[in-house]
Design a protein around this ligand. Structure first.
Ligand SMILES: [Fe+2]
Ligand SMILES: [Fe+2]
Length: 207
């Protein structure tokens, strides 16, 4: 895993590093893995943006939205937070609260630093719907952020963390991810990567 500085350094944009610094206090006070999860999501997003460098994708919307997407977990009461891990429904209270609160935190930080007001509304909107498929599927930028977030589920961090916490058994987690491949991804590169990461996990577990 690369450090945050390495990941954002690749973007050659010190501004995003500053934004991450301002969001960090929220990411370390939510779920135990929110900071690392966000770093991994940024890593995937930056790889995707490089791959699509000829397409007109707005980095100034996508990267801040990815940085902020889970900062709202810091405002979710602990008793609700503990019921929010693993395979939970879209109307799970933690899911709803973290999107709403995350958008408010994002708005406050972006206003404080005088971020381009035309972009602020869309960034906050993405944060507010990133876990709500009926809404994020209708917005191309929100779709990229949401699918990047899902792809991170196939990495080691969330996989082993949830098993260690006994939120899901190994078998349940693998089935959850297997079913997710068709359900969550419309971006072909993400679908292929999710499938390959899941295969790697399966073969590692056999040995
Ligand atoms: Fe989230
Ligand atoms: Fe997330």
């Amino acid at each position: 895993m690369q450090s945050m500085k390495d990941i954002l350094g690749k973007m050659k944009n010190p501004f995003f590093l500053r934004l991450m610094g301002l969001t960090r206090p929220f990411l370390i006070s939510g779920r135990s893995f929110d900071l690392t999860h966000t770093e991994e999501a940024l890593h995937e997003l930056i790889n995707f943006l490089k791959l699509k460098k000829n397409k007109e994708l707005n980095h100034n919307i996508l990267i801040p939205a990815m940085i902020f997407h889970d900062c709202g977990w810091s405002k979710v009461p602990k008793n609700i937070l503990n019921l929010s891990y693993g395979d939970v429904k879209a109307d799970n209270p933690g899911k709803i609260i973290h999107q709403k609160e995350g958008a408010l935190i994002a708005k406050k930080i972006l206003k404080e630093i005088n971020y381009d007001s035309e972009l602020v509304d869309e960034i906050c909107y993405i944060v507010s719907v990133h876990d709500n498929p009926s809404k994020y599927k209708k917005n191309p930028n929100a779709l990229i952020v949401a699918e990047t977030d899902k792809l991170v589920r196939y990495g080691d961090l969330l996989f082993y963390e949830l098993i260690k916490k006994r939120i899901q058994t190994l078998e349940e987690r693998i089935n959850f991810l297997e079913n997710g491949i068709e359900k969550w991804f419309s971006i072909p590169e993400y679908k292929a990567k999710a499938r390959s990461l899941l295969e790697q996990k399966r073969s590692k577990l056999k040995h």
